[in-house]
Design a protein around this ligand. Structure first.
Ligand SMILES: NC(=O)C1=CN([C@@H]2O[C@H](COP(=O)(O)OP(=O)(O)OC[C@H]3O[C@@H](n4cnc5c(N)ncnc54)[C@H](OP(=O)(O)O)[C@@H]3O)[C@@H](O)[C@H]2O)[C@@H](O)CC1
Ligand SMILES: Nc1ncnc2c1ncn2[C@@H]1O[C@H](COP(=O)(O)OP(=O)(O)O)[C@@H](O)[C@H]1O
Ligand SMILES: [K+]
Length: 523
């Protein structure tokens, strides 16, 4: 399967091989790649700071090619009349070949005095804390062992200064593949990464240390990229644009499907309401919620466009086993269904959900209490006629795989998600910072959108509704899971831009779905 508009995520070894092939086979000199890399950093810096003339910018350069990129940045900033200080961790004779070339070019342009050897942090602390920006060009994909000695001191100095910090390719000290901190690592506000995004930027401590990630094209031939064997992709806006169905002039509400949401119980009607509204906002033609009978009126009062069907309930006002046949009919007459938000873990409701999952023959999303009903019973998924989409947060994921914890899930999010999706022939959306989507074919995608403001009640219900809304429109499971997750995160980002992260609540995400779709060009 090809995923054209998604971007490949690579390991250090894969990126090094791509750089090498570009240099050796395509005949592009390494220094030209470095020049483009450095120019990309300067462009990003300009977007952050505005005109760079007169700005105090301090650049720390290591002895490898990452340092070489730093020398390019210094020369270009000097040309723009920024006040530039360069500190180098190695004498010129120890620099890598390309870094040495860029070093010589820098001193030819700006004079020798622009570069000083790094001796200790105390020497440069004042300069660092006065800087408008600090550029971290100490270590990139070549980092092999824990950082110690002067490199460690330089990293501490950058972090202590607490100025705008831009990491070149990777935050120094972050392992390019695992995202682990090797000894210590730079805490960047922005990471400008070259060619293709590195896996470590989206995993473990790499997420917080990288800050915002920008990708700069340095001219790696697309054919070489296509030949890379990587099963991990980054979801992009152009991908999402191809997924959200267009609205033809002749279309009517039936064209966009009928989403069914099996959700809610006493005290948890909001979950059902938000999932339903989110499904409509992402374009489903019709949405109906199946809800325990005694809370039906409450739901009707909350929802105008959504239909509701009261279903048999337990004395605890949750869906009862007596609802089974009616729910089977409900599912049969919907294009796609979601099961789970706010259902409760009442034993009878759990048994009902298990019975429904066994007979599920529609594109579906299983979330929240449906996942709790599957804890330790994931084998039931094998009975679904169409692989369902499961949307656990790390706690729910830990219960699904059993003998696990949210912490161990988070230590290997991609591995946990892909193993589960392959073993149980389902799609899995493992939520949290940098949500991972995995498919039964072993593919994984990482979502770059979203922010910690979304760590608030009900945002997961909104995502469930959005995925179901796309499924109802006939979008295939993988595409629906990836695109809805991206739009959900972008809606959260747009909401945070206007109201901030602290006050953000789930309904703000629903309200910003239209702006997210317009932003992507899908509305
Ligand atoms: N032409 C290209 O390929 C392009 C590459 N590009 C750029 O190059 C970067 C990769 O460059 P790279 O391979 O030179 O490695 P880099 O990250 O600079 O560091 C390696 C140096 O650090 C040292 N070192 C290692 N561990 C250490 C430690 N714990 N503590 C201290 N030192 C340690 C190690 O020394 P050694 O141990 O080998 O003596 C070695 O000298 C990449 O991220 C991108 O920015 C772009 O310009 C595009 C074109
Ligand atoms: N730090 C974060 N960065 C990005 N997205 C986040 C972050 N924290 C939470 N989210 C998103 O918010 C949603 C939370 O879902 P969930 O935990 O199921 O909440 P609820 O059960 O209350 O609906 C998920 O989509 C998750 O990816
Ligand atoms: K770096």
């Amino acid at each position: 399967m090809k995923y054209p508009a998604m971007r490949l995520i690579v390991t250090a070894a894969q990126m090094q091989a791509l750089d090498r092939r570009t240099i050796e086979e395509a005949g592009v000199p390494g220094t030209m790649l470095m020049e483009r890399a450095g120019a990309g950093v300067v462009t990003s810096l300009e977007q952050q700071l505005g005109p760079l003339r007169g700005k105090l910018i301090t650049i720390l350069c290591g002895k490898g090619n990452n340092g070489g990129d730093g020398f390019v940045v210094a020369r270009l900033l000097h040309k723009q009349r920024a006040k530039v200080h360069v500190f180098t961790l190695a004498p010129a004779a120890d620099l890598s070949r390309d870094a040495a070339r860029m070093y010589r070019q820098l001193i030819r342009t700006a004079g020798k005095a622009i570069v000083k050897p790094f001796s200790s942090t105390s020497q440069l602390q004042t300069i660092l804390s006065d800087s408008d920006a600090i550029i971290d060009a100490l270590l990139g994909t070549g980092l092999a062992t824990p950082v110690t000695g002067r490199y460690a001191e330089a990293i501490d100095g950058i972090n202590q200064a607490q100025r705008l910090t831009v990491a070149v390719d990777l935050p120094s000290g972050i392992h390019a593949d695992t995202g682990a901190v090797l000894g210590r690592a730079v805490k960047a506000d922005l990471t400008v990464t070259f060619g293709l995004p590195k896996l470590g930027l989206f995993q473990n401590q790499g997420i917080d240390h990288a800050g915002r990630v920008e990708i700069v094209d340095i001219g790696i031939p697309p054919a070489y990229v296509d030949a890379v064997e990587s099963r991990i992709r980054l979801i992009t806006a152009p991908f999402v644009r191809t997924v959200v169905p267009p609205r033809r002039l002749s279309s009517h509400k039936g064209t966009f499907g009928h989403a069914g949401i099996i959700a809610g119980s006493v005290g948890k009607t909001g979950a059902a309401a938000m999932a339903a509204q989110a499904a409509l906002r992402i374009g489903a033609g019709l949405v109906t919620v199946a809800i325990p009978a005694s809370v039906n009126d409450v739901l009707e009062a909350k929802l105008l466009e959504v239909m509701t069907i009261p279903m048999p309930e337990t004395t605890a006002r949750t869906l009862s086993r007596a609802a089974l046949d009616r729910l089977k009919d409900f599912i049969n007459t919907r294009t796609a269904v979601a099961i789970g938000p706010g259902l409760s873990t009442h034993p009878e409701t759990v048994a009902l959900v298990q019975a429904l999952v066994r007979q599920l023959d529609r594109p579906s999303v299983l979330d929240a209490d449906a996942l709790n009903a599957l804890a330790g019973r994931a084998a039931l998924l094998a009975e679904c006629a169409i692989p369902p989409i499961l949307t656990p947060h790390p706690g729910e994921m830990a219960r699904l795989v059993t003998k696990s914890s949210a912490q161990s899930v988070n230590e290997d999010r991609i591995g946990t998600a892909t193993r589960f999706a392959q073993a149980h022939r389902c799609y899995l959306v493992l939520k949290g910072a940098r949500t991972v989507i995995a498919g039964p074919d072993g593919m994984a995608a990482i979502c770059p959108t979203g922010n910690p403001g979304m760590a608030t009640a009900g945002t997961g219900d909104v995502l469930t509704g959005m995925i179901t809304g796309l499924l109802a429109q006939g979008v295939a499971s993988w595409e629906a899971a990836c695109a809805a997750t991206y739009v959900h995160g972008l809606a959260g980002d747009l909401a945070a831009e206007t109201i901030g992260q602290t006050s953000l609540i789930a309904r703000d995400i629903i309200d910003h779905i239209p702006y997210a779709l317009t932003n992507i060009g899908s509305a």
